[in-house]
Ligand binder design. Structure first.
Ligand SMILES: [Zn+2]
Length: 130
């Protein structure tokens, strides 16, 4: 049951930094006390701690885009160094980089989605339906 004392004032200014921090930690952007996700990437409909409606904030493809960009920026120098310094067998390089890229993507996707939801919450960008 939601604690009414924790329910944020809808007119209250929403701090972007705090919302991003809570989102990166996969917590509710409003209170930071309850988990944001129900499962791996499913956003809870409502925060169990403060009652904020979380289903209104649709991240769409933004988390995937940001995650791919971050993973690419991290892996490009790693690939260059790996290829130049170690001269690996191409098949070994493909296997190692595929595993590394997949692991890094799965590791970063959840906090990235949390940060996008936090950003949308701080900007009051609700899904108005299309
Ligand atoms: Zn909350």
């Amino acid at each position: 049951m939601a604690d009414p004392s924790l329910k944020p004032d809808p007119e209250e200014a929403r701090d972007l930094r705090r919302a991003l921090r809570h989102g990166l930690l996969c917590r509710c952007p409003a209170c930071g006390k309850a988990p944001l996700f129900d499962g791996y990437l499913t956003v809870k409909a409502r925060c169990p701690a403060c009652g904020t409606d979380l289903h209104e904030y649709r991240a769409a493809d933004a988390p995937a885009f940001f995650t791919m960009t971050i993973v690419g920026l991290i892996l490009i120098p790693v690939i260059a160094w790996y290829f130049v310094a170690l001269r690996p067998d191409p098949l070994t390089m493909a296997v190692v980089l595929s595993i590394g890229m997949t692991a890094l993507t799965l590791l970063l996707l959840r906090p990235t989605k949390g940060a996008v939801i936090g950003f949308l919450w701080s900007q009051k960008e609700r899904d108005r339906g299309a």
